[in-house]
Design a protein around this ligand. Structure first.
Ligand code: SF4
Length: 193
């Protein structure tokens, strides 16, 4: 088993007991799937959003709805192959009416799943998409417009915050900013100039 296969095995082992997770109230608020994550288990770049939306909940995959399509196009325009990176969310179950996850929900879910995913994947760079993910890593409540595009650290991993693609859908003038931040994250992860 090579390194990538081992990491995929470990991710599968991590996910298995939580496929019908009941550890926080989001389990009882209408979710269909526990949306674990997708992509390369040995990725150097890890993208982390907030929570699954309607399409993600139905399909069991992160970033497959309108936001996901925008993210895919953005990555494609930068020449980034989605199969090279890993994509997930802070919480794995859809909050009702797409509300933000409560701090208590994020705390439980990140402890049992995201923190373990990060340990297994061991990326060089995390790109946090939006305020929810960014504030989780930076442990503050600064606005995303203040932190986006800056180089931060989360433990020994470089962290680059940027806007969530859902925000870009509503503010298309900011698309260039998202592209610039993603390019920065990708370049640092892969040591490109
Ligand atoms: S959000 Fe996370 S902790 Fe809560 S039920 Fe879903 S998988 Fe479990």
């Amino acid at each position: 088993m090579n390194k990538k296969e081992l990491k995929q095995f470990l991710l599968d082992e991590l996910y298995a007991p939580y496929k019908n997770c009941l550890q926080c109230p989001l389990s009882l608020l209408g979710r269909t799937h526990v949306v674990f994550g997708r992509g390369n288990p040995d990725a150097k770049l890890l993208l982390i959003g907030e929570a699954p939306g309607k399409d993600e909940d139905l399909q069991g995959q992160p970033f497959v709805g309108r936001s996901g399509k925008l993210l895919s196009k953005a990555l494609e325009s930068l020449g980034v192959d989605e199969n090279d990176i890993y994509i997930t969310n802070i919480v794995k179950c859809r909050p009702p009416l797409n509300r933000a996850p409560l701090p208590s929900e994020s705390a439980i879910c990140t402890k049992i799943l995201l923190q373990e995913q990060i340990k297994i994947i061991s990326p060089s760079v995390i790109c946090s998409l939006g305020a929810c993910a960014t504030n989780f890593f930076l442990e503050n409540s600064k606005g995303i417009s203040k932190t986006r595009g800056t180089l931060q650290n989360y433990r020994s991993i470089k962290l680059i915050p940027t806007y969530h693609p859902a925000y870009i859908l509503r503010n298309q003038k900011k698309l260039g900013v998202l592209l610039s931040d993603l390019r920065l994250a990708f370049n640092i992860a892969y040591n490109f100039k």
